[in-house]
Design a protein around this ligand. Structure first.
Ligand SMILES: C[S@@+](CC[C@H](N)C(=O)[O-])C[C@H]1O[C@@H](n2cnc3c(N)ncnc32)[C@H](O)[C@@H]1O
Length: 189
C-alpha cells in the first residue's frame, strides 16, 4: 500500500501553528482535501465561518488557482484569529478576521462558504441562502454518517441536515469522506 499524498506546504504550516497554540479542533485531512478540490473550481470570494487555527483555511488556500480569488475567514476567539493570521501574514488572497461570522454578511455573496463555527442554530438554510451566489457552494462538515431517512444524529432527527438536503434553493449531497464522518455539499441553484 502506498502512503497518502503529502500535505500541501501551507497546511503543514497551519498544523505547526495549531501545535504552538495548543489547538486541536481542526478539520480532518479528508475534509481538507475536499475543500481544496472545491476551492480549485472557484473564483470570487470564498468564506469560512469559524477559522480555528487556520487549518481549514489553509486547505482552501491550497486549492485556489486564480489570482483573483479571495478567502475571508471569521474567528470569534481573538487569540486563535491571531495565530491563524500568522499563517497568511504575507498572503494578499487571505484575510483572517477576529469577528463574529455574522459581521461578514455584507462581504458576500460567496462563491464557497465553509460553515464550521459550531453553531447549528444559526446555520439554517434561511439564514445562509442570501450569502451564496448562484452556483456557489456551501460545505458543512463533521456529520455522522446515516443511511436512514430522515437522517438521525445521536438518536434524533437531524432537522438541520434534512433541511439542507431538501431545500429547493440548493442541490445537495452528503459525501462520506471517512468511515465515521460525512460532509454535506450544497450548491445554490
Ligand atoms: C471546529 S472549529 C473551526 C475549525 C477550522 N474551520 C478548521 O477547519 O480547522 C470552530 C471555531 O468556530 C469558532 N466560532 C464559534 N462561534 C463563532 C462565531 N459566531 N463567529 C466566528 N467564529 C466562531 C470557535 O471559536 C472555533 O474556533
Amino acid at each position: 500500500m502506498s502512503a497518502p499524498p503529502e500535505l500541501p506546504e501551507i497546511v503543514t504550516r497551519a498544523f505547526d501553528v495549531s501545535r504552538r497554540a495548543g489547538y486541536v479542533s481542526f478539520c480532518r485531512n479528508e475534509t481538507g482535501r475536499l475543500l481544496a478540490t472545491l476551492a480549485a473550481t472557484r473564483d470570487g470570494t470564498m468564506a469560512e465561518f469559524g477559522t480555528g487555527c487556520g487549518v481549514g483555511t489553509a486547505w482552501l488556500r491550497s486549492g485556489v488557482r486564480r489570482d483573483s480569488a479571495r478567502i475571508v475567514t471569521a474567528e470569534l476567539d481573538p487569540r486563535l484569529a491571531k495565530f491563524a493570521g500568522e499563517i497568511f501574514d504575507e498572503d494578499p488572497q487571505v484575510e483572517v478576521l477576529a469577528v463574529d461570522w455574522a459581521s461578514l454578511r455584507d462581504r458576500g455573496p460567496f462563491s464557497l462558504l465553509f460553515l464550521d463555527a459550531d453553531m447549528p442554530g444559526d446555520i439554517t438554510v434561511d439564514n445562509i441562502v442570501e450569502l451564496i451566489e448562484e452556483g456557489g457552494i456551501v460545505v458543512l462538515d463533521d456529520l455522522l454518517p446515516c443511511e436512514q431517512w430522515p437522517p438521525l444524529s445521536y438518536g434524533r432527527v437531524d432537522t438541520l441536515r434534512e433541511h439542507w438536503l431538501t431545500d429547493e434553493r440548493f442541490t445537495a449531497v452528503e459525501v462520506m469522506v471517512a468511515p465515521e464522518t460525512t460532509v454535506l455539499i450544497a450548491t445554490r441553484r
